[in-house]
Design a protein around this ligand. Structure first.
Ligand code: NAD
Ligand code: DAU
Length: 348
């Protein structure tokens, strides 16, 4: 039997990974470790929480002693590490939170796995982002060979954590693998990120704050396709390697927002064009990367993965989920989130 620790399993991507692993691998013991920050929500996992191969543990990866004790007790075979501070705008407001969680938290886990993990047949799988590569102009793609050039405090913290993972492989022979993925979308994403935020705002007739001219480009991937890629890389990835994951699905922000507005008008039975009237151009994000585009041919060629869903279909499913789960949305947008929203958008 395999005992696998998934960190950050109560977050957006983590909850999809936990769900996939718990259901697909009934003989694995899955331990979900999460601090339950504003972004972690056990409501995301109601459908699997009673399954016998699943366990939740509330803990903080920045507490090195606790991580060492936990790994000594549990003797994990594998770690899939997703816990992180993940929102670029928050990293501009509070960079140190990102250094502590993303860098120190990751090193604590590396040390704990080195001391007590399965160093022979086990694996430490670090989930990272394409933002470590910096920004592209109008053409070209990020490959696994692209040099790191992070521009935001978030991407600098993720780049740093990637380097620590690599260093623990080279220096201490830790069995590791890293993947760098593009923008995810889908159910259970905290509504600070573009797509769920704009769905929430349209629903409530609130302005849609488009940064700059809305010309920045992102490469969108359905979160369940990311979870499938993580499954494939965890089981068949080459130790010491890095894999890029992306959707081959580039959208200028403003074009994506227009499609979103159109679908929302249809689904809410509103007059065509009414949601677009909420678009409000605001001061650009500082250090805003212009374009991300991922070349995921290595993953497709070596491990046979490819995205499964067309974007318009995925977006439609995503909107349906948020509209059907308005209680979930109301729960996560109360309290502390309101303060963040004020601080982030009031003076723009
Ligand atoms: P998220 O913010 O939705 O979830 C992060 C989770 O980590 C939350 O459940 C939170 O409670 C937990 N966490 C935070 N600090 C912790 C700590 N100190 N100890 C334990 N748990 C802690 O993030 P997400 O969008 O699901 O991203 C997950 C991972 O994937 C991150 O590492 C992120 O960098 C990476 N990633 C995200 C995207 C994306 O588009 N969202 C794309 C590529 C890579
Ligand atoms: O590329 C992978 C990364 O994608 C992940 O590593 C991050 O964790 C994830 O948050 C995401 O980062 P982005 O900054 O690209 O995502 P976000 O949803 O914040 O923004 C998407 C684009 O939309 C970006 O160009 C900024 C713009 N934007 C965002 C918000 C929140 C707006 O124009 N207005 C907004 O209010």
């Amino acid at each position: 039997m395999k005992k696998i620790l998934i960190t950050g399993g109560a977050g957006f991507i983590g909850s999809h990974v936990v769900r996939l692993f718990v259901r697909k691998y009934p003989t694995y013991e899955i331990v979900n470790l999460d601090k339950l920050t504003y972004a972690g929500n056990l409501e995301n996992l109601r459908d699997v929480e009673k399954l016998p191969n699943y366990r939740f543990l509330k803990a903080d990866i920045t507490d090195g002693d606790t991580m060492l004790q936990l790994f000594e007790k549990e003797k994990f075979n594998g770690v899939i590490h997703l816990a992180a501070e993940s929102h670029v705008d928050r990293s501009i407001l509070n960079p140190m939170d990102f250094v502590i969680t993303n860098v120190i938290g990751t090193v604590n886990l590396l040390n704990a796995f080195k001391a007590h993990g399965d160093m022979t047949d086990g694996l430490f799988y670090h989930i990272s982002t394409d933002e470590v590569y910096g920004t592209l102009g109008d053409s070209g793609f990020f490959t696994e060979e692209t040099s790191y050039q992070p521009n935001s405090p978030y991407s600098a913290s993720k780049a740093s954590s990637d380097h620590f993972v690599r260093a623990w492989h080279e220096t201490f022979k830790l069995p590791v693998v890293i993947s760098n993925c593009s923008n995810n979308y889908g159910s259970h994403q905290f509504p600070e990120k573009l797509i769920p935020l704009f769905i929430h705002n349209i629903k409530n007739y609130k302005p849609l704050p488009v940064y700059g001219k809305g010309e920045n480009v992102r490469d969108w991937l359905w979160v369940e396709d990311h979870a499938r890629a993580i499954d494939v890389i965890f089981h068949n990835g080459k130790k010491g390697d890095t894999y890029n994951i992306g959707g081959h699905n580039e959208w200028k922000n403003i074009d994506l927002i227009r499609v979103l507005c159109k679908q929302m008008d249809e689904k809410l039975g509103r007059e065509p064009g009414s949601s677009e009237k909420l678009i409000t151009y605001v001061t650009d994000r500082s250090g805003h990367d212009f374009r991300y585009a991922i070349d995921s041919s290595k993953l497709q060629r070596e491990l046979g993965w490819k995205p499964s869903l067309q974007f318009e279909e995925g977006l439609s499913k995503t909107i349906d989920w948020y509209l059907a789960n308005s209680e979930w949305l109301e729960h996560v947008t109360s309290g502390a989130y309101q303060n963040y929203y004020e601080q982030q958008y009031a003076a723009r």
